[in-house]
Design a protein around this ligand. Structure first.
Ligand code: UD1
Ligand code: MG
Length: 451
């Protein structure tokens, strides 16, 4: 009885159809355009292989994916708004006695601002591939790219309240309004999502498989909000979960089930995720070990921005962050190298042993004696088993440490393995992270938040 008809669903079929075309286009165009990229000097060497004659692999092929993806999203605009277009036509036909059907300009603004952010991300990624932009220059750009998104969020009187977890309610109110800080948080989200995928890279298939698992998890989460004929979220409610973790309202079966706005937001997210999965799947085929094409920073930035876009526009940024558990771990672990406490070589990819075809943890070498703080951090990390330090035989000072990346941690903990296996371990960790994310989001929420 609570079910409102959700007339936008037919557009979902068009989205699936366009995604199939996008998949075929990416499968076909990536190898077809490879030589053109090499000719334009967009090429790289596979650091973890030995090829008889130095084989060039086309780099920044993410540009092909980005072009197909953005074209698919543009082609989809009339479909996304087919229902309001039809309603308006019907209202015109019926003439008198019919209230004018308002076109959802707001939704169009959401859609177009998202496209704009994706375009900026693609441009930034491609410029980074061509010019190797410095860290301090490229960090603020996604923040600026997210301004259109934030403006649209603001225009909708976007919620900036945070529900305070139960244990902290003794000190704070039930809801606190973060105001402008909430916008800062959302802007940081786009920088984080773009860069965190880029620094968890360097082995065949890693960038695009991370993106695929995250996008897949977002799709599963979106599907939970569609008006299915049966409410399979019922078991969750029986478990006592009545909380809408995203800022704002309380979630209960009746409200969430009938809430058209919630459905529309998650449909929006699906429209952006389905073609992304499609182009990434097509690309993975060529990027899988041994890679015939490299994604470049273009793909890392595009996918990262796409996730930030849906997280912000569909209001599930905290759930989104839960899907980034391996990236958060890798980023936190990388901080000593990113912020100069430990030397950071140009490439932190694992070390390749051509005799055994296995990967080993790679090392960063101290050229000067490490500072007290560096020693403290490295000792702590090595106690936790996250790095291995080498001491100088005479002075006893730390002379080397394994590079602080999650890939090196896998190699330290599970022993040397080949590149394909390491990527499979990475995929498994991403899947496990998503499983944990769903458990925290839907299984544990009632512990921290009441209904
Ligand atoms: C980031 C990482 C860097 C890592 C690099 C690998 C940080 C701070 N930076 O730098 O440590 O080495 O990504 O992508 O963590 N490549 C392969 N095999 C692959 C993919 C890439 O060998 O499967 C190599 C190729 O030589 C390719 C190069 O990596 O040309 C691309 O590196 P780039 O994306 O420019 O590095 P960054 O993003 O700056
Ligand atoms: Mg990169």
């Amino acid at each position: 009885p609570l079910l409102e008809p959700i007339p936008a669903i037919p557009a979902l079929y068009s989205s699936v159809g366009l995604s199939i075309f996008a998949f075929l286009a990416s499968i076909y165009l990536v190898p077809a355009l490879g030589p053109t990229f090499i000719k334009a000097n967009l090429k790289g060497h596979d650091l973890l292989k030995v090829y008889k004659d130095d084989l060039d692999i086309p780099e920044s092929m993410g540009l092909v994916c980005a072009s197909i993806y953005i074209l698919a999203l543009i082609l989809f605009i009339p479909f996304a708004f087919s229902t309001p277009i039809r309603d308006q036509a019907l209202a015109k036909k019926a003439q008198e006695g019919i209230t004018v059907v308002e076109f959802p300009h707001y939704q169009l603004a959401v859609y177009l601002s998202s496209l704009l952010s994706l375009l900026i991300a693609t441009m930034l990624g491609f410029l980074d591939d061509v010019f190797d932009i410095r860290w301090r220059h490229k960090l603020p750009i996604p923040i600026i790219a997210s301004i259109p998104l934030l403006m649209v969020y603001y225009a909708e009187h976007g919620n900036t309240n945070v529900v305070v977890p139960l244990p902290f309610r003794v000190l704070l109110a039930e809801l606190i309004n973060l105001g402008p800080l909430y916008y800062v948080y959302m802007a940081m989200l786009s920088t984080f999502s773009t860069n965190s995928i880029n620094i968890l890279a360097g082995i065949n298939g890693s960038e695009v498989s991370q993106a695929l698992v995250i996008a897949g998890s977002i799709i599963v989460n979106d599907l939970l909000y569609l008006p299915w004929p049966i409410d399979f979220r019922l078991p969750l409610h029986l478990l006592g979960n009545k909380t809408e973790l995203e800022f704002g309202g309380v979630w209960n079966a009746g409200m969430a089930y009938g809430s058209r706005q919630l459905v529309e937001r998650h449909l929006f997210s699906l429209y952006f995720m389905l073609p992304l999965v499609a182009v990434c799947l097509g690309f993975l085929y060529h990027n899988w070990y041994p890679a015939r094409a490299f994604p470049g920073d273009t793909l890392c930035y595009l996918t990262g921005m796409a996730f930030a876009v849906v997280g912000i526009q569909a209001h599930f940024s905290k759930t989104l962050l839960l899907f980034f558990i391996p990236q958060i771990f890798n980023f936190v672990l990388s901080c000593p190298q990113l912020f100069g406490l430990v030397p950071c070589p140009r490439h932190r990819v694992p070390r390749f042993d051509s005799n055994t075809n296995l990967l080993h943890p790679s090392k960063a070498e101290f050229k000067t004696s490490p500072s007290k703080l560096s020693i403290l951090v490295l000792r702590l990390l090595s106690t936790l088993g996250l790095t291995q330090v080498t001491e100088h035989p005479n002075t006893g000072l730390i002379s080397e440490a394994t590079n602080l990346t999650i890939l090196n941690v896998f190699l330290l903990r599970f022993g040397p393995m080949n590149e394909k296996k390491l990527n499979q371990v990475l995929i498994c960790s991403q899947l496990a992270g998503s499983g944990l994310a769903f458990f925290i989001r839907y299984g544990l929420a009632w512990l921290v938040y009441d209904g």
